[in-house]
Design a protein around this ligand. Sequence first.
Ligand code: NAP
Length: 198
Amino acid sequence: MPKIYHVVATARNRVIGKDNKLPWHFSEDLKYFKKLTLGSTVIMGRKTFESIGKPLPGRANFVLSRQSCHSELSAQSAELRRIPDPRSFASLRMTEASVEIFNSIGNAIGAVRTPNAYIIGGAEIYKDTLRYVDGIYLTRIDADYEGDAFYPEVPDWFEEVEVQGLREKDPKIDVVFYERKENASPQEKTGTDETATA
Ligand SMILES: NC(=O)c1ccc[n+]([C@@H]2O[C@H](COP(=O)([O-])OP(=O)(O)OC[C@H]3O[C@@H](n4cnc5c(N)ncnc54)[C@H](OP(=O)(O)O)[C@@H]3O)[C@@H](O)[C@H]2O)c1
């Protein structure tokens, strides 16, 4: 079973986005995010995929959409399937990317072929996948921002195990790693009972 993590950047007031964009730009956090996720699978909602605007290179991009034939996604996906063997992530070079579309969280997680998978947003996907994850990499930006997308309170079945400073100047930024407690309620496992539209 792959390990599944949330990776999220939040403001002090738990804002994560505004008008389908990130309300900030911090190179320290972007570098951290890239280093953490390269070579792994990133799982995201359709709106976050559209906000990023392109698949993230060097990663298997899994996009969640309930629309089985989302035209824009399907077009991008078809284009990217020209990569020799998109099913074998090992065949991808770091500059290449693959996109696969799934119609349920369970099917997406069930199809992960890398040791780690990172759920990278947005708000709807974070809220609905907390019960699946082994840990949370939460970038804390020490400032309030206006926004319309929020990260939920970290549930008490996670414990803070490590804090890493990313930036000292204002606003201060650090990354808190939360791990699922050993005695936490059983982690939800995934099945492949629904049909994937990969
Ligand atoms: N700060 C951060 O770290 C961070 C990270 C990522 C995103 N964000 C921000 O978050 C905001 C976007 O979040 P959001 O909640 O609006 O959108 P989202 O979570 O990115 O995407 C929602 C879409 O995902 C699909 N979806 C959701 N649940 C699904 C399920 N169970 N099965 C299949 N598909 C499912 C649906 O797509 P269809 O409508 O196509 O069915 C839904 O409309 C933006 O502002 C973005 O910038 C912030």
